[in-house]
Design a protein around this ligand. Structure first.
Ligand SMILES: [Zn+2]
Length: 185
């Protein structure tokens, strides 16, 4: 017996991206955080840049500027993350700095974000849809199960097997045909 897996009429939607072969996704944002730090004079000895780089590890310290008048240092840190993560990154860095005795006076942030274009080989289909749940029967062990449970093995081009029974493992355990959208619309 041949089973027809029918398209769920209620699920058919016009694909707003029909025909498209490329789309844009926001790339990772490069965030520069500027911290204005105050620290006791005794702690300011040595190479502040290296100290901070050690302390912050994975973040890149891109610039430090000392202001002797106000006894503050502005540190610019480059963090690559998405925009949504920025606040957490800033908090994390602030905590690290405070743990080491710095007082963080203020945090400034600036973001540069790249847009990446992704290309696909097949254009987006005109319609989006789902198939109706359909039960099929194995012609060997006679078990019944959803067509979604059928197993497909795709080893390489020459060694392809499909419609494998999830219960007894026999190949081509039933014959199925998927309804085509062009026959429905
Ligand atoms: Zn079976």
């Amino acid at each position: 017996m041949k089973y027809l897996i029918r398209i769920d009429r209620d699920s058919i939607k016009k694909n707003p991206n029909a025909g498209r072969t490329s789309y844009c996704v926001p790339g990772r944002a490069e965030i520069t955080l500027s911290f204005s730090l105050k620290k006791e004079a005794i702690m300011m000895q040595g190479d502040l840049y290296n100290k901070l780089q050690d302390l912050l590890g994975r973040y890149e310290v891109v610039n430090t500027r000392e202001n002797l008048l106000t006894d503050t240092t502005t540190v610019e840190i480059l963090a690559t993350c998405c925009w949504e993560e920025m606040e957490d990154r800033a908090k994390e860095i602030k905590q690290e700095l405070e743990k080491d005795g710095f007082t963080v006076n203020s945090i400034m942030s600036s973001v540069s974000r790249n847009i990446q274009q992704v290309h696909t080989l097949t254009p987006e289909p005109e319609y989006l849809y789902q198939f109706l749940e359909t039960f099929v029967q194995c012609n060997k062990c006679t078990e019944e199960f959803s067509y979604k449970e059928l197993i497909f093995n795709d080893h390489d081009d020459d060694d392809w097997s499909g419609n494998i029974c999830p219960c007894c493992g026999s190949q081509d355990c039933c014959e199925i045909e998927y309804e085509k959208i062009k026959d429905v619309i």
